[in-house]
Write a protein that binds this ligand. Structure first.
Ligand SMILES: Nc1ncnc2c1ncn2[C@@H]1O[C@H](COP(=O)(O)OP(=O)(O)O)[C@@H](O)[C@H]1O
Ligand SMILES: [Mg+2]
Length: 278
């Protein structure tokens, strides 16, 4: 034993005072965060709050500048992060931007199992092709299998990338702004698919980043609110997603509604302002 406390085997993410600093600026932290099996987390905060910086550590892409991080019970600094990464499913705009437009959708999904982007083999194993089809089905995208990535709508691209992230049967699923850039129909379709995934007991623990409460799928259990790299609130979603906490995180008075398991937020109407006639 090296005297360092061992990671908790029941925690998928275990951050203690994790902090990321670049060029003298603290991007995020210190954050202490524990994610357990079966939990579905949303990390919410304004642009620049440090959400992606935090998620990149959970994705085993970067080390924290200080603090202790374990992911899937592997302690950073004591493990090879490249061995950890295949156990984590990730979808982000950084990845989306690297997909060649002429990539066939079925190849994009199946190649995740081989840890590559872009067609790698002439022939994939039948079992992998079947799983790729299943994953596309679970995101309502099986009809897109024969299309090329470049011909898909934004919403279709997002769903296909999540299917790819699920291809390797990851123990942890990380989604960085999956609904960004979608129109209303695309957003609602994605939220419904993610709600189905959240309700599936076999689905991996999930962390979803967003800056819109409307994008939180029903069934998500926990939330963390970030503002300027600091945690405003974290814990059970009902305790965290409140008008008061959102007002703090977004630096303005927010009114919050909850309908059918969904959240809707807007700026509180100033007293004396008249309703706009429509
Ligand atoms: N490599 C970097 N070097 C310096 N600053 C960075 C770097 N990456 C991000 N930032 C800054 O860190 C802050 C947090 O960024 P980010 O984690 O991407 O926020 P979010 O995902 O919440 O929008 C932002 O102010 C951003 O400009
Ligand atoms: Mg971001």
């Amino acid at each position: 034993m090296d005297g360092v406390a061992q990671p908790d085997p029941d925690l998928l993410i275990e951050f203690d005072d994790v902090l990321v600093r670049r060029g003298g600026n603290v991007l995020v932290g210190p954050v202490t965060w524990k994610v357990e099996l079966d939990e579905r987390w949303v990390v919410l905060g304004p642009n620049g709050a440090g959400k992606t910086s935090l998620l990149r550590i959970a994705a085993a892409e970067t080390f924290p500048t200080s603090g202790t991080a374990s992911v899937l019970a592997e302690r950073f600094g004591h493990t090879d992060l490249s061995e950890l990464r295949p156990r984590i499913g990730m979808s982000s705009s950084a990845l989306a931007n690297r997909v060649p437009y002429d990539e066939k959708v079925s190849d994009l999904v199946v190649s995740a199992g081989y840890g590559v982007l872009g067609r790698w083999r002439e022939q994939y194993d039948a079992i992998d092709t079947e799983r790729a089809t299943e994953m596309l089905e679970s995101l309502g995208a099986e009809h897109l299998a024969g299309r090329t990535y470049g011909t898909l709508s934004e919403g279709e691209r997002k769903r296909v990338l999540i299917a790819r992230a699920l291809m390797t049967d990851p123990e942890l699923l990380l989604l960085d702004e999956p609904a960004a850039g979608l129109d209303l129909g695309g957003r609602e379709e994605l939220v419904a698919r993610l709600a189905t995934l959240a309700a599936d007991p076999d689905a991996p623990a999930t962390v979803l980043i967003t800056h819109h409460v409307e994008e939180i799928p029903p069934g998500f259990t926990h939330a963390m609110l970030l503002k300027e790299g600091q945690v405003v609130s974290q814990g059970l979603i009902d305790d965290v997603i409140t008008a008061e906490n959102l007002s703090t995180a977004f630096s303005q008075s927010i009114t919050l509604d909850r309908v059918d398991g969904r959240y809707f937020a807007r700026r509180t109407r100033e007293p004396g302002r008249h309703r706009v006639q429509v």
